[in-house]
Ligand binder design. Structure first.
Ligand SMILES: [Zn+2]
Length: 137
């Protein structure tokens, strides 16, 4: 959210106005600030909702740091426990899963052991533009 910076710039503009115009402008700014704050709260609530909906299914573990988003789809790698008592290779994967909202419902899509070449290209480009926070440099 770049709101405080925007607000500072607006304050400079408003204070330069004649007193009468300033009052009207201030009322406008306050209305806008409230709207902006409501929007931020809505967004935060949506994020929390998304986190709840994206809780991993039982037997699945999200690979830390694998989450990323492209367009409407959130993607991440998950390791899967098959639940067979005789299994010696659990957990399986990691596999890529995509999540997207469709008609108000969260839909999960299996993307495979590897991302498609198209998604891999987007992912690689993204990594170059926005290097991971704990990457050197
Ligand atoms: Zn297994």
């Amino acid at each position: 959210m770049s709101f405080p910076k925007t607000f500072d710039r607006l304050k400079v503009v408003v204070m330069a106005l004649a007193p009468r115009a300033r009052r009207a402008a201030l009322e406008q700014v306050i209305a806008w600030a409230e709207w902006e704050r409501d929007l931020a709260e809505d967004e935060a609530e949506l994020d929390r909702e998304l986190d709840r909906e994206l809780a991993p299914a039982s037997g699945r573990q999200v690979v830390a740091g694998s989450e990323w988003r492209h367009g409407k789809m959130s993607m991440r790698q998950e390791e899967v426990k098959c639940g067979k008592p005789s299994c010696r290779t659990c957990p399986h994967g990691p596999y890529w899963y995509g999540y997207l909202r469709e008609g108000g419902k969260m839909k999960s899509v299996y993307l495979g052991k590897n991302l498609s070449p198209e998604l891999q290209a987007v992912y690689a480009e993204r990594q170059q533009r926005e290097p991971h926070e704990d990457a050197p440099g």
